[in-house]
Design a protein around this ligand. Sequence first.
Ligand SMILES: [Zn+2]
Length: 63
Amino acid sequence: MPIRVLISHESTAIPCEKCGYPTLHVAHLVTPEGQCIGRKLVCTLCQERESQEQEAPEKLPAG
Ligand SMILES: [Zn+2]
């Protein structure tokens, strides 16, 4: 079952060690039943970059 990662935007953003921007948030891991099973630190900027990298098509060398 997919576990949702809900980012609490009310929490204070923490500087991210990876990108250096203060976009690190505390996210709650929530099951489909709505039960919170834990917390996780998620950087919204790094998350965006990762998803973009995954979606980006592979570039083939020209010629
Ligand atoms: Zn980051």
